[in-house]
Design a protein. Structure first.
Length: 312
């Protein structure tokens, strides 16, 4: 596995110089934002780039190979920038994701406002190699760098009354040009049941292939829930809210009968307009069968007693 990985990432473990220069140039950008009335949150100091190191890694699942970095970063769904997967990378190239603050609020004993830099100091990064299955029928295998959401939830002390977690992208039209358009309920919002959010597989990712997340993949921090369709994994999060009621979500609000709240990958529940029995793994010629829970069968106990064709 290790050698396969090295073939794919010649860049190795550290950030590229270009990325470094880009981050170093952000002071000027913050000043420009301040001039337009957007107050950037002061951050102590950017974490040294070489610290995006992971302390552990899981393994590839049987039959999987890592999707190349160039594929992962040039085929994206990120409607805030474009409705076309092929040009999100280009349209997002000037996105400024630093400084960035995340607020964890709602039904918690200790609400938290934390900069991305502080977050990186507080939560050691793990490499999590996960399958990503989009509801549209394509998939990838991505080596994320991130940390489990349960660690963050533990630190804010979730109140007994909380039952769901709501994750939202920052609403800022200057950063995300399409917010406000196409009749969607912006900002992009997603939700998980508290026990789903607390499952060890659920992570907040800040990098992939040991580099900071590129804008198109949800910089600076995004959710990754590998047993659910990709649309649950909201990008560029700035608010995490503990709530009592099941939150309204972006795609469910847009087309309620096509995109359920649970959105567990399930080959037995077709999308109303196409089958979900198989998928196209980017880079492969033949379609492959889609697996229940995207192959992450350890989450099955979360749904015991539920009818997954009803709670789809
Ligand atoms: N904020 C935001 N998050 C989002 C989306 C989006 O349009 N906006 N698209 C979702 C969809 S449909 C998918 S498949 C994944 C794609 O993640 P990737 O481009 O990093 O592969 O992001 C999800 N998160
Ligand atoms: Mo998707």
């Amino acid at each position: 596995m290790q050698s396969k990985r090295e073939e794919i990432t010649p860049e190795g473990l550290y950030f590229s110089r270009r990325k470094f220069l880009k981050l170093a140039g952000l002071v000027g950008v913050s000043a420009a934002l301040a001039a337009c009335g957007i107050k950037p949150t002061p951050t102590p100091e950017a974490v040294p780039l070489s610290t995006l190191q992971t302390v552990s890694s899981n393994s590839l699942m049987n039959g999987d190979t890592l999707t190349p970095y160039d594929t992962i970063t040039n085929y994206n769904n990120f409607y805030e920038f474009s409705l076309s997967k092929e040009d999100v990378a280009e349209k997002a190239q000037n996105f400024v994701s630093h400084p960035w603050t995340i607020s964890v609020e709602g039904l918690v004993e200790r609400p938290m406002q934390i900069s991305i830099d502080e977050l990186l100091q507080q939560y050691p990064l793990e490499e999590r190699i996960y399958r990503m299955r989009c509801v549209e029928g394509w998939s990838m295998v991505i080596p994320w760098a991130g940390f489990p959401v349960y660690k963050l939830l533990k630190d804010v002390k979730v109140k007994d009354t909380a039952r769901f977690v709501r994750f939202a992208t920052q609403y800022n039209h200057d950063l995300f040009p399409n917010q406000g358009s196409f009749g969607f309920a912006w900002p992009y919002t997603e939700g998980l049941r508290l026990d789903e959010a607390n499952h060890d597989l659920t992570i907040l990712a800040v990098g992939l292939y040991n580099k900071v997340l590129p804008a198109q993949d949800g910089a600076p921090i995004r959710l990754v829930v590998p047993w659910k369709y990709g649309f649950k994994s909201v990008k560029s999060i700035s608010k995490i809210e503990l709530v009592e009621e099941q939150p309204q979500t972006f795609w469910n609000e847009a087309v309620f009968n096509e995109y359920g709240f649970y959105a567990n990958v399930n080959p037995n529940v077709p999308h109303p307009r196409w089958s979900q029995e198989s998928e196209r793994r980017l880079g492969e010629a033949e379609r492959r069968p889609t697996e229940l829970f995207n192959g992450y069968t350890e989450v099955a106990p979360l749904y015991e007693g539920m009818d997954l064709t009803v709670d789809f």
